[in-house]
Write a protein that binds this ligand. Structure first.
Ligand code: TYD
Ligand code: MG
Length: 453
């Protein structure tokens, strides 16, 4: 049973029992019993006990926001929303071995060279190993302080004393809070450590970047449990066999989500790719059936990328549908629309779809490009050379204009494309040197480029 609580209506003082005169202000008959602060069983509810009233302010204020720190690595600064915000907590997730430690070592060195006081805490590698890597990357002279430690209490104590501007925790799965009774890497340890680090960042003004390994199987204890706590969630993606790496913001309280930074893994670390379209299209050969160029938007930037499809008679009773870099459910939808609205069946055919270069596409504007690649592969007929294509397909078979049509077309012009296929509607801007085809529905598009189907 929760204890009743009493308070004075004149001065607000609270008491555990009623009396006729308030000891706080001396007024008579001002004390009454409080209604509970929350209802429910005493064990689980807040009960009757009052807290302190917090100070309230309004939205208008004349404080200028503290300046963001820039690393000078443009691809990173842009993904952060224009630099590092003081007191922010950032999670960088990715598969083991994809290059997270390399990226963050380069980033921390860049910030340090710009004058930010930085600390790199490695829970996975010995200091000597980190130093060796730094030397190989040509970063040995950067004024970065290094620690190999996993005990969270010791790390926070050190941070309190050192007061750096930025600290890297590599990785959150190796951190160990001694008040939590489970092994490092377990959900409760990861959650507790991330919570402590995040609140510490807010309280002290230190920016914290945490590395989180994504585990392929179910992502248990992976960065997912941390995502809601931090300000910014970045994922470092890429195919192991490819040299391209993409840093993508999936959540950002200080900038646009879905922004990407493109890097290339070289023998001397990660180097920036300032023109990703040129890179993604660099391996494209002569126009061939099944290959189309999609004009996409990643974050604020247009990116041209090649989609490849292969359609072949299936030896299996259940034909295969294999997708790399796009959504399998969305592929099933496009196949269904092609069959239902255009009468082009894919039953008995294996379908493979691949986004070249290891990019992962999630925009619906890729629908039309995918449909074109599938038809081109099925009919063994290439689309006209130097053509980009984009647009969203609805279940009715109608085509919808994509967002930022103008930016997509501009990028195509810049890279020397001479024609574009995009749904009618949407602002196009000047189209010098670009021949446009503007179908309104999928049937019209199929009729124009692949005969009646
Ligand atoms: P790493 O940063 O250790 O990955 P993570 O921290 O995400 O687990 O990078 C591992 C891979 O990167 C490793 O297989 C080798 C490659 N690599 C290079 O190709 N060039 C380099 O300069 C460095 C440092 C690493
Ligand atoms: Mg690592």
């Amino acid at each position: 049973m929760a204890k009743p609580s009493f308070s004075c209506s004149a001065c607000g003082a609270s008491f555990t029992k009623w009396s006729g005169r308030c000891e706080g202000c001396g007024e008579w008959n001002t004390i009454s019993q409080d209604a509970g602060l929350s209802v429910g069983p005493a064990k689980t509810s807040l009960g009757a006990r009052r807290g302190r009233a917090v100070t309230l302010t309004d939205l208008a204020s004349d404080e200028t926001p503290p300046p963001r720190a820039c690393s000078g690595i443009d691809e990173l600064d842009r993904v952060l929303g224009g630099g590092l915000v003081p007191a922010s907590a950032i999670l960088v997730g990715g598969d083991p071995g994809i290059g997270k430690s390399t990226l963050l070592l380069q980033a921390v060195a860049a910030f340090a060279r710009k004058g930010l006081k930085t600390l790199y805490v490695s829970g996975e590698e010995a200091s000597a190993q980190v130093r060796m890597r730094a030397r190989r990357l040509g970063l040995a002279d950067a004024p970065v302080q290094l620690a190999a430690e996993t005990n969270l209490r010791d790390i926070l104590t050190t941070l309190e004393a050192e007061k750096p501007g930025l600290v890297i925790i590599d990785s959150i799965q190796t951190m160990w809070a001694d008040n939590v009774d489970s092994a490092p890497g377990s959900v409760s340890q990861v959650r507790a450590s991330a919570h402590e680090l995040t609140t510490f960042a807010k309280r002290t003004g230190i920016s914290v970047i945490m590395v989180g390994h994504v585990t392929k199987e179910g992502q248990i204890a992976g960065p997912r449990v941390v995502e809601h706590m931090v300000d910014t969630v970045l994922y470092f993606e890429g195919e192991r066999g490819h040299q391209f790496r993409i840093l993508r913001s999936v959540k950002n309280r200080f900038g646009a989500a879905d922004e990407i930074g493109v890097f290339e893994m070289t023998g001397a670390g990660l180097s920036e790719v300032t023109n990703p379209s040129a890179l993604f299209l660099s391996e494209r050969g002569a126009p061939s059936p099944g290959s189309v160029v999609f004009a996409g938007i990643e974050g604020t930037r247009p990116v041209l990328v090649e989609l490849q499809a292969l359609v072949a008679p299936s030896p299996h009773s259940q034909p295969r549908r294999t997708v790399v870099g796009w959504d399998g459910g969305r592929l099933a939808m496009i196949l269904a629309v092609l069959e239902a609205r255009c009468g082009i069946p894919f039953a008995g055919l294996d379908v493979y779809l691949n986004v070249a270069g290891g990019l992962k596409i999630s925009e619906p504007a890729a629908d039309l490009a995918v449909a074109a690649a599938l038809l081109s592969a099925r009919e063994d007929r290439a689309l006209p050379a130097d053509t980009v294509i984009f647009g969203e397909i609805s279940l009715s078979g109608a085509l919808r204009p994509a967002s930022q049509t103008e930016n997509r077309l501009k990028e195509a012009q810049k890279l020397g494309f001479t024609s574009a296929i995009a749904p009618a509607g949407g602002k196009t801007g000047t189209l010098e040197g670009l021949a446009m085809t503007r179908p309104t529905d999928l049937v019209g598009f199929v009729g124009e480029f692949f005969g009646a189907g």
